[in-house]
Design a protein around this ligand. Structure first.
Ligand code: CDP
Length: 808
């Protein structure tokens, strides 16, 4: 070996493979303003569409008059439900098996519902046209409070469902009822409650909120009449699914539909579903023969395209006096708004909420969920969440704290006592899941040691004593949360969208010079896939990550995939990438054996190529194998070096984490200060620790926002009162706390590289940590459960209700 020969470490470092803090390659264009977003798509002759929206939450539409609008210079057309009926598109199917009006058909059911679509030569003219459309409404009584939706005298919201006693998920018990979903053993659970020494029961609400990505939902539709082809550029988290849905409902052959998701500015679930804007822009393009752009503004995004949560969870836990849990019973009232447009895998009307037993060894459990209609926007998307796991984690983590309070036990000790033990994995939960791997005790103890949990509790006791003595007006809360996630939807045995199994895919093509391209069925919206997917390939086949270009989001070139949401990319597509790479490696081994004139079995892998066993100087690098693949393959072998993998995972992956929030609250003002926030995540094998840290920071910031104020709120008349960033809490760097991050590594036994998802974990674990901190602070004053969000005003009210203000 001469001095110029790179060492093993240097060869490994050059790959920038898994485990490397590789800088994000996509940031080169983003930080220079060279991204290409939907609004950057500008086509010759492009028209613009804008919606007339309902000011009412519930009203009959008596007439729509477009006469004056059509006189506005630049306005070319006003599309209404009557127009859409001529092409059978006035209603569209939802992902949840319901139907949804594209444009108001005789009635509106939520404020800002789409009523008419004005098409004009520019956005301003379209907006002027919108203001000139005259709609005659007759207001109807509204249903906003979910607890009143199934009253006997509640107004009928969905007249189109009159007489339908069952829906996509079974029987309906009331005209505003959508479904009832039950899981678990009711009799055994009821028996456990009868025998229990101690029980708790609390109605825990997770309020309605919204993913609110910086870039709103938008599209450009361009129909080529000569070719009969429709091209759609859109903010789609799942472009292939959109292509299939368009083919099914617009009856355009699927190969003549080209869906392109260019760069996307955040999705968080908001960009999974199909919205009226997409249909109207497509119809407008077909009608006018010109490309049509539709771009939502912020108010439209917050009030009309999707929402998240709105789960009201009556939670009961049974336990022994020593604090061992013996049963869990949960009933959820799920407010789905005007149409059931929840973005869940088809068979799961409440998503994966049955992960609600969390990280604890519950011998029995029973869950029932009632979905109901109200006069609110439809959606029910998984906001940085794997289909209602965030609600489930909040439910059980608040429940465990409430139980600890009743037992007079420390919440961390109660958790340690009830965790599923490492030797119990794979673990079958009482509500039907098989957890793949975990080591909860180690993670929890590491968290407790890192923050000096015992010291913090001592500090809290001193603070409480000082409060009692009147020396401070601040109360201190420690919010512990431990979560188990369920990500990687999913195995075809239990997950599909509209009948399409939720596999994912990767196609890798290596070029003669040793560079290549990987096309993947997922679509990054900021998660850094261009960086991390290349790292998996680098480790698997020894080509430097810099030499692999990653492409996603074009249905013409990427293999069919189910897209990116619910942290499914790494568990499903990440596996497909590794499997495609391994197919390439197998062929490469045959080529190397032929060139080195040895049997394949005499070769062994060595970082970036093959070497002959026992003869380390006889090697062939992957770069040289690429060249050989195009000029001297073994006789009978096809030239080229490429592979495709469609990966159907055998199971979900179950990441977990231990979080703690230390918070002080001033009882006179309700103002809180997050003193510390520590987050330990275990996502199995870590591909890029820097990206993981970024994902955790982002998710914690969203969790902070949701727990401490971010809410979509309606007044009694059904007006949205939080329709802009003036009212909807969007934390900036000023409000956002400092995050301390940490990790343990428990690989997934069934994933080819042992990786689990991570993107949404901090949202799942963060919200209960914040809420438990607030509740822990107020528990000292006698509170059992204070509903989120915990903004200053509500904290002040909580203090007032607990009587902390002495009479003068
Ligand atoms: O589906 P989504 O991309 O939102 O979530 P994810 O699979 O959790 O991945 C988010 C980002 O974190 C991706 O760039 C992953 O490659 C990266 N990641 C990682 O580096 N190591 C893991 N074990 C999991 C994710």
């Amino acid at each position: 070996m001469n001095d110029m020969t790179p060492t093993r470490e240097q060869r490994e470092a050059k790959l920038e493979g898994m485990g490397c803090k590789r800088k994000r390659v996509e940031d080169i264009r983003f930080t220079q303003g060279k991204g290409n977003y939907v609004d950057d798509v500008k086509l010759p002759g492009m028209l613009h569409g804008d919606f007339v929206r309902s000011p009412h939450a519930h009203a009959r539409v008596k007439s729509i008059n477009s006469e004056e609008a059509l006189k506005v210079p630049g306005v070319l057309a006003v599309i209404t439900a009557e127009t859409l009926k001529t092409v059978n598109l006035a209603w569209m199917p939802t992902l949840a098996g319901d139907v949804q009006m594209v444009l108001a058909d005789g009635k509106v059911l939520f404020q800002n519902q789409e009523v008419a679509f004005v098409v004009a030569t520019d956005r301003y003219a379209a907006d002027d046209g919108v203001n000139k459309v005259v709609v005659d409404y007759e207001a109807l009584p509204v249903v906003i409070d979910p607890f009143k939706a199934m009253d006997a005298d509640a107004p009928v919201l969905r007249e189109d469902l009159a007489g339908k006693t069952s829906g996509a998920h079974g029987p309906r018990k009331h005209h505003n009822h959508i479904f009832e979903w039950t899981v678990g053993d009711k009799d055994l659970t009821d028996a456990a409650f009868r025998k229990a020494d101690v029980t708790i029961k609390e109605m825990i609400s997770y309020h309605r909120t919204h993913p609110s990505p910086l870039e709103t939902c938008q599209c450009v539709c361009s129909f080529d009449k000569i070719r009969g082809e429709l091209t759609i550029w859109g903010t789609f988290q799942a472009p292939h699914v959109i292509r299939t849905v368009v083919a099914l409902i617009a009856k355009i052959p699927e190969h003549k539909i080209h869906v392109i998701s260019p760069d996307i500015g955040g999705g968080f679930g908001n960009k999974v579903g199909a919205y009226p804007g997409y249909i109207c822009a497509a119809v407008a393009s077909i009608v006018t023969g010109k490309p049509v752009k539709w771009v939502e503004d912020r108010i439209e995004n917050l009030t009309a395209s999707s929402f998240a949560r709105d789960y009201h969870m009556t939670t009961e836990i049974a336990a022994t006096r020593a604090g061992k849990v013996s049963g869990l019973r949960v009933h959820v009232l799920a407010d789905h708004g005007a149409f059931d447009a929840c973005a869940d895998p088809s068979k799961w009307p409440a998503g994966f909420f049955n992960i609600v037993t969390g990280s604890y060894d519950f011998p029995v459990a029973h869950l029932s969920v009632d979905g109901i209609y109200t006069n609110k926007a439809p959606g029910g998307v998984a906001y940085r969440c794997s289909f209602r796991v965030t609600e489930a984690a909040y439910c059980i983590e608040r429940g465990m704290d409430i139980l600890a309070q009743k037992l007079g036990m420390d919440p961390a000790e109660l958790r340690l006592k009830n965790f599923i033990r490492a030797d119990q994995f794979p673990y079958h939960s009482a509500l039907g899941w098989e957890y793949d791997s975990g080591d909860y005790h180690t993670a929890m103890r590491k968290m407790m040691e890192s923050v000096d949990y015992a010291g913090l509790r001592r500090q809290q006791a001193e603070q409480r004593a000082a409060f009692k003595r009147g020396e401070t007006r601040e109360i201190m809360g420690l919010g512990v949360s431990f979560f188990t996630e369920i990500v990687g939807a999913g195995p075809s045995k239990n997950c599909d969208i509209l009948g399409i199994a939720m596999f994912d895919s990767c196609e890798i093509r290596l070029h003669p010079t040793g560079a290549g391209i990987a096309r993947v069925g997922t679509k990054s919206q900021g998660q850094g896939h261009e960086t991390t997917w290349a790292q998996i390939i680098a480790t698997e086949i020894g080509i430097p990550a810099d030499d692999i270009m990653v492409e996603e989001g074009n249905t013409d070139t990427a293999p069919y995939g189910l897209g990116t949401y619910g942290s499914r990319s790494t568990p499903v597509a990440g596996a497909a990438i590794a499997m495609a790479a391994r197919k390439i490696k197998a062929k490469a081994q045959m080529i190397a054996a032929y060139k080195l004139e040895v049997h394949e079995d005499d070769l062994e892998w060595d970082i970036d190529g093959f070497r002959v066993k026992g003869l380390p100087e006889r090697t062939m690098s992957m770069k040289d194998i690429c060249w050989a693949a195009y000029n001297s393959v073994p006789p009978g072998m096809e030239p080229g070096l490429e592979a495709v993998s469609y990966y159907d995972p055998p199971n979900m992956t179950y990441p977990f984490g231990a979080y703690i929030c230390v918070m002080n609250i001033d009882v006179d003002t309700g103002v809180y200060q997050v003193k510390r926030f520590y987050a330990l995540d275990d996502c199995g094998t870590r591909i890029n620790p820097m990206i993981i840290e970024g994902q955790v920071h982002g998710g914690l910031t969203e969790a902070f926002a949701i727990a401490m104020g971010q809410e979509i709120r309606y007044d009694e008349a059904g007006n949205v009162v939080t329709g802009s960033f003036m009212d909807f809490f969007m934390p900036t760097a000023v409000e956002t706390p400092h995050w301390e991050t940490d990790f343990t590594v428990t690989p997934s036994p069934h994933h080819p590289i042992g990786a689990k998802g991570v993107g949404e974990s901090p949202n799942v674990g963060g919200v209960p940590a914040f809420s438990n901190a607030v509740n822990d602070a107020f528990a000292f004053l006698g509170a059992t459960h204070i509903q989120m969000p915990h903004d200053f005003w509500r904290n002040w009210q909580a203090a007032k209700n607990l009587g902390v203000f002495a009479a003068p």
